[in-house]
Ligand binder design. Structure first.
Ligand SMILES: *Cc1c(COP(=O)(O)O)cnc(C)c1O
Length: 359
């Protein structure tokens, strides 16, 4: 069976050796030494001034919204994983959808201003498949209208924008270290900001608002991650360059094998160094996608329809006209991509896709 993704796992013996230290210390969570080391190593690797490692990427979004004290309407994209919209609703704000750009699949900045009202407090945009949004345009709109910007950068590990980590952009950037992501800690996530005061506030929020054992700085939640998760992260980080390199090679293999197939792929932002994290293909019609999916499934190959359905179809959000997103979300899927995926697997997947379309 070939699944859309398969988590990377470091050698078990290396993990056991870290577990032995954890057992000896008997310190399992609450910002222990392994988690601290992971934060330090990630800061160095990503070249960011601050990072807060959390228990998942969704709590990162919720803490970002809370720490920026957002109220009312938040402009966001309907083409993302559900967490980017559900966290807005969970924090009692209203998601306002703006349609996406057909070529980048990111929120279309040209349409943002028309959606701004006197209730708008922020823009929450996803760098879809690790492809950075039009950051400068979004920044200038936010500045003009005094809005906060949160980037859901869950797909962006290793992506740089103008030679800096993409995590440095926006008032806050969030990411996910879930097992399905390129870099993972089994479950996990992180918050980034270049504003030290905001980082401080979010650090309190991650730990129930505790200032000392008995004093509380602000309202908080439990967003901490454990030593056991951090240990997996530390080990995975040792392999990240090889993972990134392999992803790039696998992309080239897919590109070559699928060359005759007339499918579209997103246009990657010219100002970035991408991480090749996903291999999305856009079919001309949903019929063709369904036919291809059926043929692949019959051969035990399971791509995923990321992102389908469009978040604009959710029951708990207001309706907005987002025709591009409605159309793309019905015609796009991500092909299998993970560290151990072989050339012969890629060739096999490509042959089935070509056969389905009579090439
Ligand atoms: C994975 C993902 C999340 C959620 O992260 P978790 O760590 O699973 O909570 C949020 N947004 C996007 C775009 C994602 O892909």
């Amino acid at each position: 069976m070939i699944n859309v993704t398969k988590p990377f796992l470091p050698p078990l013996d290396d993990y056991i050796s870290l577990l032995q230290d954890i057992w000896e210390r008997n310190w399992l969570t609450n910002n222990g030494p392994v988690l601290n080391e992971l934060e330090l190593k990630l800061k160095e690797y990503l070249k960011v001034p601050h990072i807060l490692v959390l228990s998942n990427g969704t709590i990162a979004l919720q803490i970002a919204i809370k720490a920026l004290d957002l109220k009312g309407e938040i402009i966001t994209t309907p083409f993302s994983y559900i967490a980017s919209t559900s966290s807005i609703a969970w924090e009692n704000c209203k998601p306002v959808f703006v349609d996406i750009d057909e070529s980048t699949l990111n929120i279309n900045p040209e349409l943002i201003e028309a959606a701004i009202t006197d209730k708008t407090s922020a823009i929450l945009a996803t760098h879809v498949f690790g492809n950075p949004c039009d950051i400068y345009k979004i920044q200038s709109i936010a500045k003009k209208h005094k809005l906060s910007v949160i980037y859901d950068a869950s797909h962006c590990f290793g992506v740089s924008y103008e030679n800096e980590s993409v995590f440095l952009y926006g008032d806050v950037s969030t990411t996910s270290f879930h097992s399905t992501k390129l870099f993972h800690t089994v479950e996990g996530g992180a918050l980034f900001s270049v504003d030290p005061d905001l980082i401080k506030r979010m650090a309190y929020m991650r730990n129930f608002g505790h200032k000392t054992y008995e004093e509380f700085e602000c309202v908080g939640i439990n967003g901490k991650n454990s030593e056991l998760h951090a240990a997996i992260g530390l080990l995975n980080l040792k392999y990240i360059d090889s993972i990134l390199e392999t992803r790039k090679e696998q992309h080239t293999l897919y590109n070559d094998a699928l060359e005759p197939l007339k499918v579209k792929r997103p246009v990657i932002n010219k100002n970035c160094k991408w991480n090749f994290s996903y291999y999305p293909i856009i079919f001309d019609t949903e019929e063709l996608l369904l036919k291809s999916l059926k043929d692949l499934n019959e051969n035990w190959i399971y791509p995923r329809r990321y992102f389908y359905p469009s978040l604009s179809t959710l029951e708990y959000v207001d309706k907005y006209e987002v025709p591009i997103c409605d159309s793309i979300s019905k015609r796009i899927m991500c092909l299998p991509l993970y560290h151990t995926l072989k050339k012969q697997d890629i060739d096999f997947i490509a042959r089935i896709l070509l056969r389905t379309q009579n090439y």
